[in-house]
Ligand binder design. Structure first.
Ligand code: ATP
Ligand code: MG
Ligand code: MG
Ligand code: MG
Length: 432
């Protein structure tokens, strides 16, 4: 191990002690009698000070010839210094160049020059060196960690389902076909069918954080072709039960980021408001009438347009659920109400800006499921592997899928979903 301390682990009280810090040459300022090298590591900046009078000439030469953004290891003594940014500086005994950076750099990392998103994504490794970018992904990490904590605490078991599949989850057109030896296969658009199989399997409560693939036709700021879904499925629970789990999860994640991600929120200049539970339950009928009152052209039975989502969101003003959807615009596995089958036990969970999650109580009767598949014009033969599980003891169950990127982007007020993915996939972008 080369590094002894991160920048944030050194304190002025360590005065006189020897340390080795590692990082990138953030800035080199040569004032003649004194030379400053600012080293940036994952956690922050460290000032390294070279006094011409006392410094080893070789060390001074290395620093003077250093190119910006090269990787260095600096070994030296901590010196308490009130004028240095962290109250200390390092007086080096040795500076090793571990990875030289060419110049010019593919993009500016200081934040002084505004780079457009395409340039940043083309040089994402470099973009990650900017504090604002890193802050987003440090928060993304905190979110995934807190989701696991919360769901683990609720008795959910983490599973991993296949991404290469033979059948479309919903038959839809939004699929990427791939070649799988001699056969056609697809990239999975959702873990839906597999997580339901595990209800028959008796795992009771499962979750997955994994990729979903969708051949989205349109280029929008909230759709990716490869996204991350947080999915749960739970037996012996109904639609309302899993809605309560969902709203509590969102609140937990926000609180957890506020508590553990303060530094990153400060870097980004945002202070997300922790949502209050329970979220409002707005019926689909009511949502449509709000949109229409706001002047949107939308009919009962239509899925919500982006404009309607915005208009309803503005009226409601905070996270909310839309419940009791028309059965015909929801997938076949959603349970219709027994006494009013034209609407179903489905819900969407919304942030005022966009949909974050869809879920429902599921059909668990084999006969009903079979006829729902056929009614939707799908071939039941292709679903045999799935339907089979409903013939040998399937408990009632419910679940949802929550878009990880959407949760993150709405929490941080990020405009474009591509900002919150390391290497976003969209119609034009397949590399890096
Ligand atoms: P939308 O109406 O916004 O297109 P959807 O209803 O098609 O979303 P679902 O099939 O309900 O999406 O998927 C569950 C969740 O997964 C969505 O609520 C959303 O948060 C997320 N999601 C779906 N498609 C995408 C995508 N292309 N890019 C990013 N996130 C997505
Ligand atoms: Mg969609
Ligand atoms: Mg939708
Ligand atoms: Mg949806």
């Amino acid at each position: 191990m080369i590094r002894t301390h991160y920048s944030t682990q050194i304190t002025p009280e360590m005065n006189g002690g020897s340390v080795t810090v590692c990082g990138w040459a953030h800035e080199i300022r040569d004032l003649g009698g004194i030379t400053f090298l600012v080293v940036r590591d994952r956690e922050g900046l460290i000032q390294v000070t070279l006094f011409k009078k006392t410094i080893d000439k070789n060390v001074l030469d290395i620093v003077r010839n250093l190119s910006r953004e090269s990787v260095v290891a600096v070994t030296g003594n901590v010196k308490k210094e009130a004028k240095a940014p962290n109250g200390y500086e390092i007086v080096p005994a040795a500076v090793a160049v571990l990875g030289k950076a060419e110049s010019p750099l593919p993009m500016d990392t200081t934040g002084k020059v505004d780079a457009d998103l395409d340039t940043r994504l083309d040089a994402r490794f470099m973009d990650m060196r900017r504090p604002g970018t890193q802050a987003i992904f440090r928060i993304r990490h905190l979110i995934q960690k807190s989701v696991r904590e919360f769901l683990g605490g609720e008795g959910f078991i983490e599973i991993t389902t296949p991404k290469v599949v033979a059948t479309a989850t919903e038959g839809g057109t939004a699929l990427f076909p791939i070649t799988y030896f001699e056969r056609e296969a697809f990239l999975n658009q959702s873990p839906q069918l597999f997580k339901q199989l595990m209800m028959s399997g008796g795992l009771d409560r499962v979750f997955e954080i994994g990729p979903i693939f969708r051949a989205e036709e349109h280029d929008t700021r909230k759709h990716l072709n490869e996204a991350t879904s947080i999915d749960i499925e739970a037996s012996f629970l109904d639609n309302e039960d899993v809605m309560v789990i969902l709203e509590n999860l969102v609140k937990y994640v926000y609180s957890s980021v506020a508590e553990n991600g303060e530094r990153y929120l400060k870097t980004l200049g945002v202070e997300p408001k922790i949502p209050k539970t329970p979220f409002a339950r707005v019926t689909y009928d009511k949502a449509i009438s709000i949109a229409r009152d706001n002047g949107e052209k939308i009919e009962w039975g239509d899925d919500l347009t982006t404009e309607s989502e915005h208009s309803i969101g503005e009226t409601v003003g905070e996270h909310y659920f839309i419940v009791d959807w028309p059965t015909k615009i929801k997938p076949f596995y959603v349970m219709p109400y027994e006494n009013k089958p034209e609407i179903c036990r489905a819900f969407d969970m919304m942030h005022p800006r966009m949909e974050l999650s869809s879920g429902a109580q599921r059909v668990h009767s084999y006969e009903l499921l079979h006829s729902r598949i056929t009614e939707q014009g799908l071939n039941a033969d292709g679903f045999e592997f799935y339907l089979k599980a409903f013939r040998y003891g399937m408990p009632p169950h419910a679940g949802w899928g929550l878009g990880a990127e959407r949760l993150l982007m709405t929490m941080l007020g990020v405009e474009n979903i591509r900002e919150v993915v390391l290497f976003p996939r969209d119609r034009k972008r397949l590399s890096p």
